[in-house]
Design a protein around this ligand. Structure first.
Ligand code: GDP
Ligand code: MG
Length: 257
């Protein structure tokens, strides 16, 4: 390379560096504006799915009531067609500031609802995140339901385009955690979790599996804060910890932000 071409390539490299820095800044500001729009105005769209009696209605009520969650909350089984849920504001952001959430509907979990209510909710919401609940009973039905959701994600390209995270909550830990570990319980779901992992890599979303109890509230706040931080357009960043909590199965690292 002679001197003049070296100078030219140096100039070009510095122009490219400057352009890259500018576009990073623009992208950063854009994220901030979009984040504000979702978190303060529109509500962050997400959906709650899972087989019947896993705790979907209880979870939505926990989110709505946040701190003043009622002990002894006894939900009626959710009626066919589900129930509309208006957007509401919580303090579940990583920095404790107000965060508006939009789950749209509380749907039922019976087989008959999957093809109708679940798909419709997914298409209408174009969620940034999916919370999928299972518990220690009815393993067969949970597998079916999870496979249904994964197939729906494959099939519904336009509905999944904003999806950032699928979080599986293995709920009711107050009833099973004394007898078995989360890993033992998940042993039953090996094929499904493998499918989830490979789909997440292929479609570019994060996935996590956590254990929760909506009765003792163990694990719930941590899971929800991590979930909503991951699906908002601009993460507020959770406090760094060198030891990930034991319930974090996957996706805690390698977060793209
Ligand atoms: N022991 C226990 N029961 C729970 C928990 N979460 C929900 N439940 C109960 O499970 C039943 C079904 O809950 P619900 O929210 O209606 O489930 P959905 O059908 O998925 O909406 C209710 O009796 C809840 O009180 C939990 O973490 N532990
Ligand atoms: Mg319900």
């Amino acid at each position: 390379m002679n001197d003049s071409s070296r100078t030219a390539s140096n100039i070009l490299a510095s122009v490219l560096r400057t352009l890259a820095a500018i576009s990073r800044q623009v992208a950063d500001r854009f994220d901030t504006v979009v984040d504000f729009a979702y978190v303060r105005v529109l509500g962050v769209p997400f959906i709650v799915l899972g087989y019947r009696q896993t705790g979907k209605t209880t979870l939505i009520n926990w989110l709505k009531r946040d701190k003043e969650f009622l002990a002894g909350f006894e939900p009626e089984p959710t009626a066919a067609g589900g129930e509309s849920v208006p957007a509401f504001t919580t303090r579940l952001s990583a920095d404790g500031s107000g965060m508006k959430l939009k789950p749209r509907r509380d749907v039922g979990g019976e087989y008959a609802m999957w093809e109708t209510d679940w798909v419709e909710l997914f298409q209408q919401t174009k969620p940034r995140g999916i919370l999928f609940l299972i518990d220690h009973q009815n393993a067969y039905q949970h597998k079916d339901a999870l496979n249904f959701v994964l197939q729906m994600l494959d099939d519904e390209e336009s509905a999944r385009k904003h999806l950032e995270m699928v979080m599986i909550l293995v709920n009711k830990s107050d009833l099973w955690a004394d007898e078995q570990s989360l890993d033992d319980l998940l042993d039953n779901f090996r094929n499904e979790t493998r499918r989830l992992k490979s789909q997440a890599e292929r479609l570019g979303y994060h996935h996590e599996i956590r254990q929760t109890s909506l009765v003792t509230e163990e694990g719930v706040r941590e899971a929800m804060t991590a979930f909503f931080d991951a699906i908002r357009p601009r993460s507020q960043g959770l406090p760094e910890s060198s030891d990930p909590p034991p319930e974090v199965k996957a996706g805690a690292n390698g977060h793209k932000r």
